[in-house]
Design a protein around this ligand. Structure first.
Ligand code: NDP
Ligand code: BG6
Length: 485
């Protein structure tokens, strides 16, 4: 059995920034895969928009090259490539000038879903939104998709929200956080709310602490100048890690519906306690064995930007008071590994002779990448004679092994999210108030660093991060899980 694909309605999708890196690497190859999978109709129209002087043919050639680079050869049948390129068109325009918009309006078809993907820097969002309305390219049913970063701080996020709200209603705006499109992130909700087993244990009576890790082996090479203005806190914590925290900590929504889910996530963000500086560790990678350091990659010799953050976060509500959430993320770490680990409390009393101090509590690990799956660490009897000896084993459900064909060729996060836009489903997108609340919580932490004006702690490239991050856990009698493949 292969996974089910439900085709979406016919659509016109304009990609502002259709010549850029994100469009070439993710959006267009993703749409191609959806077409091949039978989800995107071959009659759909995809219109690239940017300043580069292409005509339709030139843009088709540009996209052909992107497909050659980012879709493996065996997945690129000539007929499929031809059909996909046939869906493409192009409008040359500088969004700050009046030219090109009327041409774009004429390309829109009546009766097709109309979506506009803003795959450009946030400083262009307001202008594009205005022109889409002014030149009647968009109608009242159109959807707009906006990329991260959604602002730089609370004030800039408010400005972006206001600019978009002048032209579109909230149910037309899709703020992308691609972590929400990852298969296992949605599985977290299935595990929690589709099984009666876990929910009674999902609280401070039974959970000792939660660890959320998004470790990357990549450096910031190639995007140093963007990254140096951002840092790990704004680039990863304010969005991806906070979304993971929200989905882990939220109350059960009354139904799996966009506003019901987003209301519950917002309540979590509002329950987050301010974080004191002693509960945050920032790091910056230094040169490892034959490795460049952060400064070389960022091309800023005096940079004080963090490429690593670890922090202890308290959620002040009845479910979680007293059960901390530890978050960490960083570049150029030992391995690429993202997971959520729910660490349960130890059994209250040992009836066995063996000293239970050696045994650790149960852990439920929801692994996002690589090797997506769910694992539970349990204690069992060591097999064989010799009395009652205990040992820990993982109950392992690697999706690839357990589900076989069903998880082959699953859509990646971007593919899934774009199809949700066409379907009009906002459940996996951030609402404006959520984005603002997340910035309101992050801003004081960043401001604190700016006031202290200290350099982040160094950590070796390809290590597990700064020693102080280990101490953050050790001082509470806990330890981070290994960053392993
Ligand atoms: P690029 O710099 O590669 O692309 C920017 C695009 O915008 C180009 O197509 C450029 O085309 C177009 N553009 C710039 N100015 C104008 C203008 N005045 N009028 C019309 N078009 C214009 O950026 P990315 O593709 O990397 O990123 C796009 C957005 O997505 C950014 O906000 C980024 O933060 C976000 N993002 C990117 C990720 C990635 O992996 N790349 C990941 C997550 C988010 P031209 O020069 O032809 O006009
Ligand atoms: C992006 C960040 O949003 O997410 C990048 O801007 C980061 O810095 C990336 O590398 C991580 O995404 P993934 O899916 O590779 O974990």
């Amino acid at each position: 059995m292969v996974s089910k694909t439900i085709p979406v309605d016919d659509f016109d999708l304009v990609i502002f920034g259709g010549t850029g890196d994100l469009a070439s690497r993710k959006i267009l190859p993703g749409l191609f895969r959806r077409m091949v999978a039978g989800q995107m109709p071959r009659t759909a129209k995809i219109i690239g928009a940017a300043r580069s002087p292409y005509d339709r043919k030139g843009y088709q050639e540009h996209v052909r090259k992107s497909l050659e680079e980012f879709v493996p050869k065996e997945k690129r049948a000539a007929k499929d490539v031809k059909d996909f390129l046939n869906c493409l068109d192009y409008v040359e325009l500088d969004v700050f000038t009046p030219d090109g918009w009327k041409q774009m309006a004429k390309m829109m078809r009546k009766g097709a879903v109309r979506a506009f993907y803003f795959s450009v820097g946030p400083s262009l969002f307001g202008t594009i939104a205005n022109s889409l309305v002014k030149y009647k390219v968009a109608d009242e049913h159109s959807r707009v998709v906006v990329e991260k970063p959604f602002g730089h701080d609370l004030d800039s996020a408010k400005v972006l929200n206001a600019e978009l709200a002048e032209c579109f209603t909230e149910d037309q705006i899709y703020r992308i956080d691609h972590y929400l499109g990852k298969e296992t992130v949605q599985n977290l909700m299935a595990i929690r709310f589709g099984n009666a087993l876990f929910e009674p244990l999902w609280n401070n009576h039974h959970v000792d602490h939660v660890q959320i890790t998004a470790a990357e082996s990549l450096s910031v090479a190639g995007r140093g100048s963007y990254y140096d203005q951002s840092g790990a806190m704004r680039d990863m914590v304010q969005n991806h890690l906070m979304q993971l925290l929200c989905l882990t900590a939220m109350e059960p929504p009354s139904m799996f519906e966009a506003n019901a889910v987003r209301d519950e996530k917002l309540k979590v963000i509002k329950a987050l306690q301010p974080v004191s500086q002693k509960d945050v560790v920032r790091g910056q990678y230094s040169a490892g064995d034959g490795e460049d350091d952060y400064i070389t990659h960022s091309e800023n010799p005096s940079s004080k930007t963090e490429s690593y953050v670890a922090m202890k976060v308290d959620v002040a509500n009845w479910r979680w008071a007293g059960t901390p959430f530890y978050l960490r993320t960083g570049k150029r770490l030992r391995h690429r590994m993202s997971e959520i680990a729910i660490v349960f409390k130890d059994p209250p009393h040992s009836i066995f002779e063996q000293d239970f101090k050696e045994m650790r509590g149960n852990v439920l690990v929801i692994r996002l990448q690589p090797d997506e799956g769910i694992k539970m660490r349990v204690t069992i009897k060591d097999p064989g004679p010799g009395g009652m000896r205990l040992r820990e084993v993982p109950l392992d459900m690697s999706f690839a092994e357990t589900l076989g064909e069903d998880v082959k060729d699953l859509p990646d996060a971007y593919e899934r999210l774009i199809m949700d836009v066409i379907r009009g489903n906002q459940t996996l997108f951030m609402r404006g108030d959520e984005a603002e609340a997340a910035w309101a919580w992050v801003d004081p932490i960043v401001k604190g660093w700016e006031e202290l004006n200290t350099k982040p702690l160094p950590y070796d490239a390809r290590s597990s991060g700064p020693d102080d991050a280990m101490m953050l856990m050790h001082r509470d009698g806990r330890r981070w899980r290994d960053i392993s493949k």
